[in-house]
Design a protein around this ligand. Structure first.
Ligand code: HSE
Length: 444
């Protein structure tokens, strides 16, 4: 069978990983795919860098459109990133009849519906295993391995940078800003880490998993996104004392009223496996009605882990290229004609309508009746308390201090009810500083 010819757009960290792994494991990959997979053309603005990776046997050009225009190229791998030029090039590649492999979660989370439709109209495949959790085959698991299930919820540590920062904050008792600088020095965090630390990258990935899990269109604009920049090491310490770790989770859940789609720091019981995922590693927990709870763990970024996912997509395309469209796995797992309808039946819920439990920390005056007032307002809103911890006053202000930290864990409640109760509690004259509220997921 004729080799499948691949054009790479962008040969930085991931692109060079793809090239090197394809070279190194060439024979095994060919035996699996049933044909050769050859990168025959590379576009990169830095032609010298590209040439240093691929040598003389591969055409190197500056202009990505030369790759798209080449009639011999069967598959275009987009590794440029972002929503700008990458979107134009992906749509042009599809229009030129090329299959596309991309690691670009931002592009698909925001413009996925348009891109998947263009691909369906043209009869080409768009594959994106590398877009979520790098080397972990979570897209394959959700689209294929768990296809018998009604997926009930997914919770993932899907951003390595923030997990590294949180792990360091807990291990060393350091504040966010200090650890962020260290992460940048070590190359874990980008020079502009906004998408990572503000939760946007994780929300892109959660959006894709949500669509695949529930058979709804990608809806990044409806995701709730909160990062880790406001987390304080004192909350990590108190959480630990209560038997919890704090992780940035991407969560999507099916409920009777709709879908929850949210990224925010969460307390997770320390005994859960996912609570023990440390450093830059990723992990995703998926709960299906038939299979129960499953866990996927591995490297969410890096040259060869991400290349592993990109090449898995290439092998799928090599095998399915000649197959009728109906015999391919739909990009979002569900047949595209059913997505819109399901999206209407299962809307993404506003945050006021999600249900979760909470960690609350409030700095209060250390005097009679304060705790009773606070718990009374929670009870009035129908919010049940699970645990209370009071930090000794003299740990905060020294001997004779008149302030104390009150830490409360609640049972599950509607977020809108919690908002209302917190507004009332914040208004008490004995509550001396803004209340810290962190959501808590039991994941059982
Ligand atoms: N910046 C991401 C992370 C990797 O820190 O996990 C690519 O998605």
């Amino acid at each position: 069978m004729k080799p499948i010819q691949v054009g790479l757009l962008g040969i930085g960290t991931v692109g060079s990983g793809v090239f090197n792994v394809l070279q190194r494991n060439h024979d095994e990959i060919r035996r699996r795919a049933g044909r050769d997979i050859a990168v025959t053309m590379v576009a990169d603005l830095d032609e010298t860098r590209a040439r240093a990776v691929v040598g003389d046997q591969v055409a190197v050009v500056k202009d990505a459109r030369e790759v798209i225009a080449n009639p011999d190229i069967d598959v275009v791998i987009e590794l440029i990133g972002g929503y700008g030029v990458a979107k134009t090039l992906v749509l042009e590649a599809i229009a030129a009849g090329k299959h596309v492999v991309t690691a670009n979660k931002a592009l698909l989370a925001v413009h996925g519906s348009e891109i998947f439709k263009a691909a369906a109209d043209k009869g080409v495949m768009v594959a994106y295993e590398a877009a979520v959790a790098g080397g972990i085959p979570i897209i394959k698991a959700l689209r294929e391995g768990l296809t018998a299930n009604q997926i009930q919820w997914i919770a993932g540590i899907i951003n390595g940078t923030t997990n590294f920062i949180l792990s360091e904050m807990r291990d060393k008792g350091l504040d966010f800003d200090v650890v962020l600088k260290e992460a940048q020095r070590l190359g874990y965090a980008e020079a502009d880490p906004t998408f990572d630390i503000e939760g946007v990258d994780a929300a892109h990935k959660a959006t894709l998993m949500s669509a695949i899990a529930f058979g709804v269109p990608v809806q990044f604009d409806k995701a709730y996104v909160e990062g880790i920049t406001k987390l304080s090491s004192i909350d990590i310490r108190y959480a630990e004392q209560l038997g919890y770790r704090i992780k940035l989770l991407g969560i999507t859940k099916r409920t009777d009223k709709g879908i929850e789609l949210r990224v925010h720091p969460s307390l997770v019981p320390a005994k859960r496996l996912i609570a023990n995922v440390e450093g830059a590693m990723n992990a995703v927990v998926v709960h299906g009605d038939a299979v129960g709870t499953t866990l996927y763990y591995g490297k969410g970024a890096g040259s060869e882990p991400t290349a592993s996912a990109v090449i898995a997509d290439l092998v799928d395309i090599a095998r399915l290229e000649g197959a009728a469209v109906a015999h391919r796995v739909p990009p979002l797992a569900f047949q595209s004609s059913t997505l819109r309808e399901a999206g209407q039946e299962l809307p993404v819920l506003p945050m006021a309508d999600i249900t979760t439990s909470y960690y609350l920390r409030m700095r209060v005056a250390d005097e009679a009746g304060v705790l009773a007032k606070v718990t009374g307002l929670l009870a009035g809103a129908g919010i049940s308390i699970d645990a209370v911890l009071q930090r000794e006053a003299d740990e905060i202000g020294g001997e004779g201090s008149t302030q104390t930290d009150l830490i409360i864990l609640t049972h599950e409640t509607r977020e809108g009810d919690m908002d209302k109760a917190l507004a009332e509690i914040q208004g008490l004259p004995t509550v001396l500083a803004p209340i810290t509220r962190i959501r808590k997921e039991e994941l059982n």
